[in-house]
Design a protein around this ligand. Structure first.
Ligand code: KIV
Length: 268
């Protein structure tokens, strides 16, 4: 697999087998998706985290199918090499497998995505099986699953007790057996994530799950320092774009107020 060839699901499986780490980030629009793709990221997730960092909701729960299809269409137009995965929003896949098929199909048909992601283990296994059987690849998501935030009562670490850890291991096995091509592990102890990773033949993608996963994902607006409302310990900031933007906007406003913008050269 050369650095420039299109990322496919078999490519990701081969990366796991070769011990090559998989890079993943989120995008919600064409422009950022294009930049991530040009930088060589393997998987671009149109996350329902966009409900928080793009739309300003307090959780991902209000996000709708129509909003996610809109974002997915924009992102997929910006992506050339990466695998484009669309996140299924709350209530778009939990009610009945046939509704999940219809909604997941929209992401491929209208959104241009190549796969979907959904949250949960055993309770969604039948749906994962149905989707993969008809050719819609599914990425699973276990651990701190944000659509269950009302049940959890907060964003705390999952899988800390023996019971929770056993349930996560079982759910990971069930998702793999149901056909999931990869599994996101969010905010669980590093040892547990490493153990699950070693037990599976499909890649795990960690977020707050330590270095033992086959790949890592972050919310792009977090790692670029654009989203400032809260910052979990697992987020490493690679830029402070919020300050860059504020400073640039202040400089522009000053120039407009002082009359130094536009200059003669910037006028017709
Ligand atoms: O919605 C999202 O961005 C996600 C990732 C953080 C895994 O689910």
């Amino acid at each position: 697999m050369t650095e420039h060839s299109k990322v496919t699901i078999p490519h990701l499986i081969r990366m796991k087998q070769a011990g090559e780490r998989i890079t993943c980030l989120t995008a919600y629009d064409w422009l950022i998706a294009g930049l991530l793709d040009q930088a060589g990221i393997e998987v671009i997730l149109v996350g329902d985290s966009g409900g928080m960092v793009f739309s300003g909701y307090e959780s991902t729960l209000p996000v709708t199918m129509d909003q996610m299809v809109y974002h997915t269409r924009a992102v997929s137009r910006g992506v050339g090499r990466a695998l484009c995965v669309a996140d299924m929003p709350f209530l778009s896949y939990q009610i009945r497998p046939d509704e999940a098929v219809r909604n997941a199909g929209r992401f491929l048909q209208e959104g241009g995505a190549e796969a979907v992601k959904l949250e949960g283990g055993e309770p969604v296994a039948e749906t994962v099986r149905r989707l993969t059987d008809i050719g819609i690849p599914v990425m699973g998501h276990l651990g701190l699953t944000p659509q269950s935030i009302r049940k959890f009562g907060g964003y705390r670490l999952r899988g800390k007790s023996d019971d929770e850890a056993e349930e996560l291991k079982k759910d990971a096995r069930i998702l793999e057996e149901a056909g999931a091509f990869a599994i996101v592990l969010e905010k669980i102890p590093a040892d547990l994530a490493a153990g699950i990773t070693a037990s599976l033949s499909v890649p795990t993608i960690g977020i707050g799950a330590g270095p033992g996963c086959d790949g890592q994902i972050l919310v792009t607006h977090d790692m670029l320092g654009l989203f400032e409302s809260f910052r979990p310990k697992f987020v490493r900031r690679y830029a402070d774009l919020a300050s860059v933007i504020r400073d640039a906007v202040k400089a522009y406003a000053e120039d407009v107020r002082s009359g130094s913008y536009p200059s003669k050269e910037e006028s017709y």
